[in-house]
Ligand binder design. Structure first.
Ligand code: CAA
Length: 381
């Protein structure tokens, strides 16, 4: 499989990099402090096609595929990881509706997302007691005339307070196990949908993470995404793709941290020479650069497989596991290379370390990725 990006993919990457350099990176440290949600930036990203990189142009996307999406996500995360989270989940939701939705659903919801009008998309699967095991959810949708009423609580919902479109998973048939879970398309601001709490997090301060409460939220049969009882499978499919986004994000964060460390190590002198020339420092940076390259290649391999319509669940899980675990290590090395300065907010590496930490948790923890990979080992494709 060829991992050399095409000219078109590189063009998308360049657009994302230019935006990240001009609009994200200069404000990243301030956003980490004030936690302002990037509404304006998301609207501008929409104009560049970056809220639907792999979504067809007819639905307002860039139609550029998953490899371009991964490259763009890496660049945005390198600029400001907290903005890249909302971008990643919005892409995931837009692509899911474009792929699985009826033509009417696609027309109604996808351009709304890709144009930036919806601000963001949200993926409302997890619950306070059901994160790694989403089939244990308790949110219920009950029949009400010719529609449904959804009630329950959703936890860890990225952009949950800003999203114009949410995919909400609920149990429609409690006796049917995971086959009794259905996905619904819900507009932000629908009566009965409220934000109960916004989390105060270690990092990614420009990204909002909401607990949502649903009390008799009314939806119609037309809002069912992917068929009654088809929700669990849909979530799994979307998460396979989402994991490429998070792996890309981890690579972007780690790349930014490594670049900062190389810069610092080239300027800072001890014992009469730049510290990068000391073998102890050079070896750490060499390891970090090698891990970064390996994670990036694994992620591009998963992205290329998805784009080619081949099975990619195993590749995506491996890429997420490797890229996110090593992003933490790379950010840690970047702090170590900076010495005491790395532990201060005067340098970007402590933020990178905090921002990278959650990539090992959301869209499937490292432990879940290992579970997925192990299942593929037992039942190879
Ligand atoms: N694609 C399609 N279908 C799949 C699938 C996949 N990747 N994985 C499983 N399925 C199907 C199976 O075929 C099976 O269907 P049938 O019964 O018809 O054969 C069904 O789903 C159930 O499969 P399992 O028995 O394997 O399911 P499980 O309950 O054992 O769970 C799991 C498997 C992979 C561990 C899953 O629970 C999982 O991925 N957990 C982690 C959840 C997660 O990533 N949460 C993140 C929340 S979202 C988030 O963080 C968003 C954000 O805002 C950033």
């Amino acid at each position: 499989m060829n991992f050399q990006p095409t000219e078109e993919q590189e063009a998308v990457q360049r657009v994302a990099r230019e935006f990240a350099e001009r609009r994200l990176r200069p404000r990243a440290a301030a956003r980490d402090v004030d936690g302002v949600f990037p509404v304006e930036e998301l609207r501008e990203l929409a104009k560049l096609g970056l809220l639907g990189v792999a979504v067809p142009e007819a639905l307002g996307g860039a139609g550029a595929g998953t490899v371009a999406y991964s490259l763009a996500m890496q660049e945005l995360a390198r600029g400001d990881a907290s903005v890249s989270v909302a971008v990643s989940v919005t892409n995931m939701v837009a692509e899911l509706i474009a792929t699985i939705g009826t033509p009417a659903q696609a027309q109604k919801f996808v351009p709304f997302l890709t144009s930036g009008e919806a601000i963001a998309g949200a993926f409302a699967l997890s619950e306070p007691q059901a994160g790694s095991d989403p089939a244990a959810m308790t949110t219920r949708a009950v029949r009400d005339g010719n529609g449904w009423r959804i009630s329950g609580a959703k936890q860890w919902i990225t952009s949950g307070d800003h999203a114009g479109v949410l995919v909400v998973w609920a149990i429609t048939d409690p006796a049917a196990g995971h086959k009794g879970i259905t996905a619904f398309l819900v507009r932000g601001g629908t009566p009965g949908l409220t934000v109960a709490r916004l989390e105060e997090k270690m990092g990614l301060h420009g990204s909002s993470t909401a607990q949502l409460v649903l009390e008799d939220v009314r939806v119609s049969d037309d809002d069912i995404l992917g068929g009654l009882g088809g929700g669990f499978r849909l979530a799994m499919m979307a998460l396979d793709g989402g994991r490429i986004g998070i792996a890309s994000q981890a690579i972007g964060i780690a790349r930014g941290a490594l670049e900062a460390a190389i810069r610092y190590a080239s300027e800072r002198e001890t014992f009469g020479q730049a510290i990068i020339k000391h073998q102890a420092i050079g070896n750490m940076l060499a390891d970090a650069a090698t891990w970064l390259e390996a994670g990036a290649l694994m992620t591009l391999r998963a992205a290329a497989a998805k784009q080619a319509g081949k099975p990619f669940g195993r590749e995506a899980a491996m890429a997420k596991l490797f890229a996110t675990e090593h992003a933490s290590k790379i950010c840690d090395i970047a702090i170590q290379v900076h010495g005491g300065y790395g532990y201060t907010r005067d340098f970007p590496v402590e933020r990178a370390w905090r921002d990278s930490r959650v990539t090992r948790i959301y869209e499937g923890t490292s432990e879940i990725q290992r579970m997925v990979i192990a299942r593929h080992l037992i039942r190879p494709e």
